[in-house]
Design a protein. Sequence first.
Length: 258
Amino acid sequence: MTENKVAIVTGASRGIGNAIAAKLAGEGYAIVAVGTSDREKVSANLHNIQKAGTRFAYVQADVSTDAGRQSIVNCAMEQFGRIDVLVNNAGVAPKVRMDILETTEESMDRVLGINLKSTFFLSQAVANIMRWEVAEIPGITPKIVNISSISAYTSSTMRAEYCISKAAISMVTMLFADRLADEGINVYEIRPGVINTDMTSVVKEKYDALISNGLTPIKRWGQPEDVANAVSVVCSGLLNFSTGEVINVDGGFHIRRL
Ligand code: NAP
């Protein structure tokens, strides 16, 4: 069933995106994996995806640039001829955590460019191809999946630009879900909590303590595979009457407690 399906996963060279791409490859998708790293440097991680044996391409591209996004779309269409799933996962934290009273314009532009602008314009470019596919390819049900964060609604005053980028991804999800419903394209937001990756390795001890002290009802770190499983569910088609949906993958962090 999935043997001809194609998924683009941004930020697939490491962490959550790598697990998502590996999961979808295991389900038969051809994968266009995106990262800024040299292929050689991340070859072991890419092997996690390639070992499924499905068709595979790695695009070294910066998603915050128009040229980078175009090269991703061109690769998918030239090598595989269709796009069934786009996962907007690539993201960065600020290089330096700074109080909101000190946040620089440079850091704001960088974080919004990589996390937010890329999600909007890659969705736009891919949605225009998916619209055409829905008319041309019988039975295709394309999906766009945006990886946001609990930071979409949780204040961290030392990384405001990150929180703002993730809150805005929630609106990008709603806007595209609304606009694309009539086109036969569903759009979802996956909202991870604290996940064990390079991004959180710098604050590992802090989160170890918070988690054991009850930060989340489910007292463990999230793993990249937890997020990958949620992406797999929305891509499965079992949620085809749901769009604009937010799936929390956060150990219950979002539950208000007394
Ligand atoms: P990570 O381990 O730091 O990996 C980030 C990925 O994004 C890497 O593959 C990186 O590729 C790619 N990337 C960064 N800048 C890019 C750019 N300009 N163009 C293309 N690719 C770029 O981070 P992660 O923890 O897996 O996070 C993945 C997503 O989940 C992010 O959107 C993050 O905000 C979100 N998230 C993470 C957590 C968490 O606790 N870890 C929680 C909530 C949400 P290269 O290294 O090759 O550049």
